[in-house]
Design a protein around this ligand. Sequence first.
Ligand code: SAH
Length: 236
Amino acid sequence: MSPFTFQPIGTIQSCFTEKFGIPRQPGLVPEARAVLEIVPPFDKAEAFRKLEAFSHIWLIFVFHQCLAHPWKATVRPPRLGGNRRVGVFASRSGFRPNAIGQSAVRLLGIERKKGTLRLNLGGIDLLDGTPVLDIKPYLPYADAIPDATAGYAPEAPANLKPVVFTTPAEQACQSADPAAYPDLKALIIGLLAQDPRPAYKESNEGKPFGMRLWDLNVRFRVDGDQIVVESIGAKN
Ligand code: SAH
C-alpha cells in the first residue's frame, strides 16, 4: 500500500519548549495548559459544533521531535526506571514506526481570537509546536474501562515529592507576568512533584537540574525527599 499523507489540522502552543520535565502522560498535571490553534481550512465553526459540551477530547498528534530517529523494536520506558526494555508496541514512547501519539486532555473552552480558532486545553503532555492530526470527543462509556489491567504501569506514578522554593525563586513566581506565565508556581509544583529526573539519575542528589518552561529556566535540585526550586530566570 502506498504511504499516507496527513495534513495537520492545527498546532499546539504549550509552555513545554523542551522535552525534559513534560508530564509522561496527560492528566497528571492539570495546570499544564496549552492552546491548540486550528489552521484553515479546518477552522470552520461548524466543524466544532457540539464539541464544547465534552469535558475531554482525544488529540491525535505527531511526535515531531522523534521523526528524525529510526524506530527500534524495544524501548526503555521511564516507568521501568529507563533501564529495562519492553516492546515498542507495549509502550507509549514517541519512537515508533509511525511517530503518532494520542492524549486525552481537558477541553477548557473554544474561542476565536483575532480570527484564529483556538481550543484551550488542560492536563497536556505535549511539546510546543506539536502538529495535531485529529480531534475526537472522549467518550467515558467506551474509553474509560474501570476493570482494565495495565501490565508494568498499573497506576499513576505515586510518591509525589514535596516541592519547596528558595526566596529568590518564590519572588520570581510572584513577579512573573501572569498573562505570559499563567499559574507559574502551581505549574512548577505539579511538574516537579513528579520528579522528572531520569530514574537512573536518582542517586545524583544535590546535582542541579534545569527545566525550561516558555523562555524560563527553572533550576532545581533534590535535597533528601524534597525538591528545592533554586531559581527561575530567563534562559540564556
Ligand atoms: N499521551 C501520548 C504521549 C505519551 S509520551 C501517548 O500516549 O501517545 C509523553 C512524552 O512525549 C512527553 O513526556 C514528552 O517528552 C514527549 N513528547 C510530547 N510531545 C512531543 C513531540 N511533539 N515530539 C516528541 N516528543 C514529544
